[in-house]
Design a binder for this molecule. Structure first.
Ligand code: PXP
Length: 238
């Protein structure tokens, strides 16, 4: 079954809007796991406008599931993950001022950089994933980096799903099939929600993990965090 990793950046965004410690990010991570999430994802950005490096350090010891840290592999980011040693690092190509991740890696152009970073992460015993779109060239160059997994950037799926689910899923299925042939594991994330998640999980072979933040935390405003996590888990059940 596909694992649900809850991205808790939005909890930190809300906290940072006021200073102080409400809502409490650490407590949210503990509760997400208690309510059934199979992983916690954080995305520390250079300006620390959501999750801070200090949050990442505080969260590490309370993880009972799987800790996934996403980010651009700057020297500071690599120092942080070397210290914290999460189970998985997902590399994203975001410029520092990006509102949210808005593209995958051009794995051909950045091959040698990615190779070096991935070798470094593996030397710490960390599983690696790289954020990519469905372009088959990017999938094929991903395997050269020696990454364990790819994370498919699902924003284009989510946008097209509203018009035509079968058109939306087609390139993702092809990309996943190619990644599996090449021996890489498959994660996915971005703009997945209660409407589009089941169809995605049912049609993507070998989908190991989804990381979901924005929609899930927004749904929690209406349904509560415990119910919401259960609702997402239900969508992932075969
Ligand atoms: N995966 C990556 C690489 C991301 O940058 C994000 C957003 O931080 C997500 C998944 C989750 O996207 P969303 O918040 O839209 O669920």
């Amino acid at each position: 079954m596909t694992r649900l990793s809850v991205n808790i950046n939005k909890i930190a965004t809300l906290r940072n809007a006021r200073g102080g410690n409400i809502p409490n990010v650490l407590e949210a991570a503990i509760n997400c796991q208690k309510f059934g999430a199979q992983g916690i994802t954080v995305h520390p950005r250079p300006d620390e406008r959501h999750i801070r490096c200090s949050d990442v350090r505080e969260i590490r010891p309370i993880i009972t599931t799987e800790f996934n840290i996403e980010g651009y592999p700057s020297p500071k980011f690599l120092e942080l993950v070397a210290e914290v040693k999460p189970h998985q690092v997902t590399l994203v190509p975001d410029p520092p001022d990006a509102i949210t991740s808005n593209s995958g890696w051009d794995t051909k152009t950045h091959l040698s950089f990615l190779k070096d970073v991935i070798a470094e992460l593996k030397s710490y015993g960390i599983r690696t994933s790289i954020f990519v779109d469905t372009n088959l060239q990017n999938i094929e160059y991903s395997v050269e980096t020696k990454t364990d997994r790819i994370e498919l950037y699902t924003e284009p799926y989510a946008t097209m799903f509203e018009k035509d689910p079968s058109v939306a899923i087609a390139p993702f299925r092809k990309a996943a099939e190619r990644a599996l042939e090449l021996g890489m594991g498959i994660n996915a994330g971005h703009d997945l929600n209660l409407e589009n998640l089941r169809y995605f999980a049912q049609n993507i072979p070998g989908l190991l993990e989804v990381s979901i933040g924005h929609a899930l935390i927004s749904d929690a405003l209406y349904y509560g965090l415990e119910n919401t996590i259960q609702m997402y888990l239900r969508e992932l059940r075969p």
